[in-house]
Design a protein around this ligand. Structure first.
Ligand SMILES: [Zn+2]
Ligand SMILES: [Zn+2]
Length: 108
């Protein structure tokens, strides 16, 4: 696994917003949504050795940042952010992840 420093370097190289490297780093630590294994970035999503994820900057074989519009649902394979399955898994997600996914809403 890459180090946090590697992700910060990618943030600089690709001019991501400040702090995004840390978001990508943390995203690699979340391997499941509820009981389901997350889908990693790959060629079927247009991500290969020459192309990062256009939304979150993940490389081939990495997990997307939660909330990335390129991520596939681990249960049915459709777009995770617009899939009803995410509500099924929600009960087992960490509060922190839910806050990221629904960052635009108040959580209290
Ligand atoms: Zn992504
Ligand atoms: Zn689904």
């Amino acid at each position: 696994m890459l180090t946090l420093q590697d992700y910060i370097q990618r943030e600089i190289d690709y001019k991501f917003i400040v702090g995004w490297g840390a978001q990508l780093y943390v995203a690699q630590l979340q391997s499941k949504y509820g009981e389901f294994d997350r889908v990693k970035a790959g060629p079927e999503q247009g991500i290969d050795d020459d192309h990062l994820c256009h939304d979150c900057g993940a490389i081939n074989g990495e997990y997307h940042v939660p909330g990335c519009d390129c991520e596939r649902c681990p249960k049915c394979g459709c777009q995770w952010i617009s899939c009803d399955c995410r509500f099924t898994a929600q009960g087992k997600m960490s509060q922190e992840l839910i806050a990221k996914l629904y960052g635009k809403f108040e959580l209290n």
